[in-house]
Design a protein around this ligand. Structure first.
Ligand SMILES: N[C@@H](CCC(=O)N[C@@H](CS)C(=O)NCC(=O)O)C(=O)O
Length: 314
């Protein structure tokens, strides 16, 4: 199938944990998509031409609509491809909250256990350029020794949280919410996948969590849907030729009176806080879309979730 303005393009790299969350959702929905590999460290000129400065991975592109952050990507996939839904069992919305838990708490524990647990601390994997890049990303020193010292304590934190999952699975259910896989599974799984790729020894704790270990295999077996590859240049050409499908809309319930047409700055509230400036197209409790123009890609609309991002008049 030749790619077009309706194709799902995932700007990603293979060992990116948050990309794995999205890839599992693509698998649950059985979708066809294009992987557009981005560099692991800055500079990422093609990615930032699309996003206006957001540098994190994954970013999803459909034509001239650019979705930054796994949460808004999943929301958009659910809206465009509702069946099968990622809201399964009794989950009607709290799945995103489970994502906040896995993305902030479990992810941070896993990173320390993985990087700090390696034989020479983080130095083994992380070369000088990687360390400098992640220091710029987080605004904190990339301290291999601190991670090495913190790893044993974080292993306890990780085990305690995985033990919650063990209990969730205690009645013999296949996936976290019951018979079908959904957003909770994709969210809770990707940290284990990351640890497996980078430092599998850290998953020795699963020996005492047999239900988690078996569930991990079941989520892995879902796969990633149908993946094709796409070059960064081709992705930019598609954006340039396409027109955003987002309609202007002012939400009357915006707590601070944000209005369509207003100039705003959007930035992540945690790490990678690069500001993105544009004109507000639409917003809701869960979504903000801004349009901006770039020499290489023309006019694009960039979408962000609200949880985890600040939107400020600029
Ligand atoms: N809240 C973001 C987090 C994304 C994130 O932290 N991604 C990592 C890779 S998995 C990243 O971008 N690291 C820096 C980089 O790759 O340049 C999301 O849910 O997508």
């Amino acid at each position: 199938m030749p790619a077009n303005a309706q194709s799902i393009i995932l700007h990603q790299y293979d060992v990116s944990p948050f990309s794995e969350k999205v890839r599992v959702v693509l698998g649950i929905k059985g979708l066809e998509w294009y992987a557009c590999d981005e560099p692991v460290i800055m500079p990422k000129p093609e990615l930032t031409a699309l996003t206006g400065g957001y540098r994190k991975i994954p970013v999803m592109q459909i034509g001239a609509d650019i979705y930054c952050d796994s949460q808004i990507i999943i929301r958009e996939l659910e809206s465009r491809f509702p069946s099968p839904s990622v809201f399964v069992g009794g989950d009607k919305g709290l799945g995103y909250g489970i994502g906040v838990w896995t993305d902030r708490s479990i992810f941070m524990n896993t990173v320390t256990v993985v990087f700090g647990g390696m034989a020479d601390g983080a130095n083994e994997l992380a070369n000088e350029a990687f360390r400098k890049d992640r220091e710029a990303l987080t605004g904190r020193p990339f301290d291999a020794n601190a991670m090495k010292m913190g790893a044993p304590m974080m292993a306890e934190q990780l085990r305690a949280q995985l033990d919650w999952i063990e209990h969730q699975l205690a009645d013999g259910r296949t996936f976290l919410m019951g018979a079908d896989a959904g957003i909770a599974d994709a969210s809770a799984y990707y940290n284990l996948a990351f640890a497996r790729w980078v430092y599998p020894v850290s998953l020795k704790i699963l020996e005492s969590l047999p239900k988690v270990a078996a569930w991990e295999k079941r989520v892995k077996a879902i796969g990633h849907g149908t993946r094709h590859e796409m070059s960064r240049e081709e992705a930019l050409d598609i954006a340039k030729a396409a027109t955003s499908t987002e309609k202007p809309h002012t939400d009357p319930n915006e707590p601070n009176g944000l209005k369509s047409g207003q100039r705003v700055t959007v930035m992540a509230d945690d790490y990678g806080r690069d500001p993105i400036v544009g004109e507000l197209v639409s917003s809701s409790a869960q979504h903000v879309a801004i349009k901006r123009t770039d020499e290489r890609v023309g006019e694009v609309t960039v979408h962000f979730p609200r949880v985890g991002f600040f939107v400020m008049p600029s």
